[in-house]
Design a protein around this ligand. Structure first.
Ligand SMILES: Cc1cc2nc3c(=O)[nH]c(=O)nc-3n(C[C@H](O)[C@H](O)[C@H](O)COP(=O)(O)OP(=O)(O)OC[C@H]3O[C@@H](n4cnc5c(N)ncnc54)[C@H](O)[C@@H]3O)c2cc1C
Length: 400
């Protein structure tokens, strides 16, 4: 717990920086220090994968990053990105996290969708969409889950059929994060009802702003309305907006979900470092840091976070070596989501009675918000039980 405040999480894993890397690190750090000021400073640490707070301000911040070419670190230059090495991408992520800059609203579009588009998109699709994602002009929602198809995603019923050069889509999606702020949605549709359930699926890219699509935001117990029901009634999209070959939708969706579980881990871990620090400060400021039980939980939490860091390092090593991560990404998802939920419990206990207060307009104290929002983490991107099944079957070789 007495880790010096100057400690820079993450860098211990890079084993020293080259001159070029250190120059880049300095430039990013300086830029963030001089630009994360004024109105933007009020959004420090705000937002998250399930938190839409200050969306418009964070979107303006994204544009600021884009104007200074500080986006698309992992995207090749020909599509408007920086095409940097994995180490440089990490340096950017470390400095970004250390500055406590706002959670990037574009991360689902840039880190998940654009990366999937790079694998499965046609050249025309990549050139059409990726530069717009990187300049923060185009946000994408994920239309996979349905009321009866969550963990069992291959059971989706939303149907698409061809009408001339257009797909016509009928059905419903649910838990569609931030769709109310998005311009486009990629939708997992059943295009061949006769084929076995994993084989008759196709991903279609659809503009959200059209008469055949209706959104209904869902308000959660944290007070946010971060996700939506999406209804498709004769909604349309052009046939050249199919992502990957027809009937390949299951493979495309699996690629995207493994990116969601694997490579985004590191930036979460850095966010966790900051949150744990805030919980330690909160326990100290209300006098709860004297409690032996709480001290033990804080120490345990800190130690487990170090272990999570080492695990993430192994994931990154695999990624650098093989270009992708296998079923091990499920272990990372399990470790990170359950650790974060325990931190949520700890945050509430550390803050004591302060955590129980709710301001007017349902404004929650930080500890309570952390507690409530972390509940979702063992659900999205594949639930905890599904990750355990994957570890059991694919890593331990246990029978189904
Ligand atoms: C914050 C948040 C954001 C989300 N954003 C999106 C989004 O943008 N787009 C999108 O498409 N979806 C999104 N989802 C949906 C998410 O992918 C699903 O909630 C998740 O896949 C689980 O599906 P379900 O909710 O239907 O639960 P179910 O699949 O009905 O599961 C219910 C319970 O049964 C367990 N279970 C199910 N099957 C098994 C099994 N085979 N073995 C053991 N246990 C099992 C589950 O673990 C769970 O505890 C989001 C969810 C959350 C919480």
């Amino acid at each position: 717990v007495n880790e010096p405040r100057t400690h820079r999480p993450g860098y211990e894993f890079l084993d020293g920086l080259t001159e070029e890397e250190d120059t880049f690190r300095g430039e990013v750090a300086d830029w963030l220090r001089t630009h994360l000021v004024g109105e933007y400073a009020s959004a420090r640490g705000i937002g998250g994968p399930a938190d839409e707070s200050m969306w418009e301000l964070r979107k303006a911040w994204e544009k600021e990053l884009a104007r200074h070419n500080l986006r698309g670190m992992a995207v090749p230059v020909e599509y408007g990105g920086r095409g940097l090495s994995l180490r440089m991408q990490l340096i950017f992520a470390f400095e970004y996290a250390a500055s406590n800059a706002p959670y990037r609203p574009s991360s689902a579009s840039e880190d998940l969708f654009a990366q999937t588009l790079l694998v499965y998109g046609t050249e025309e699709q990549k050139h059409r969409f990726i530069p717009d994602i990187l300049s923060s002009n185009c946000y994408w929602a994920q239309g996979f889950s349905e009321p009866d198809a969550g963990s069992d995603m291959a059971s989706v019923k939303t149907q698409a059929y061809l009408d001339g050069d257009e797909w016509v889509v009928e059905g419903q999606k649910v838990w569609t994060t931030f769709a109310q702020f998005c311009d486009w949605i990629y939708v997992l549709c059943r295009t061949d009802p006769e084929a076995p359930k994993h084989k008759g699926l196709t991903i279609l890219m659809m503009p959200l702003d059209q008469p055949g699509i209706e959104l209904r935001p869902i308000r959660t117990m944290a007070g946010n309305a971060d996700f939506n029901e999406v209804f498709f009634s004769e909604a349309r999209t052009k046939v050249d907006l199919t992502l990957g070959p027809v009937s390949s939708g299951w493979g495309v969706a699996m690629t995207l979900l493994s990116i969601e579980r694997g490579t985004s881990l590191f930036s979460y871990q850095l966010m966790f470092e900051r949150e744990l620090r805030a919980v330690i400060d909160s326990a100290s400021s209300v006098g709860n840091a004297e409690s032996g039980e709480l001290r033990e939980r804080l120490i345990r939490s800190w130690s487990e976070l170090r272990l999570l860091g080492f695990f993430n390092q192994r994931i990154l090593t695999t990624l650098a070596r093989d270009g992708s991560v296998g079923p091990e990404s499920s272990i990372g998802k399990l470790l990170a989501s359950t650790w974060h939920q325990r931190l949520g419990n700890l945050a509430v206990d550390a803050a004591g009675l302060n955590a129980a207060l709710v301001q007017t307009d349902y404004e929650l104290p930080a500890a309570q918000k952390l507690f409530l929002l972390s509940r979702a983490e063992t659900i999205y991107g594949g639930s905890q039980e599904i990750q355990k099944n994957l570890v059991a079957e694919r890593i331990l070789g246990l029978p189904r």
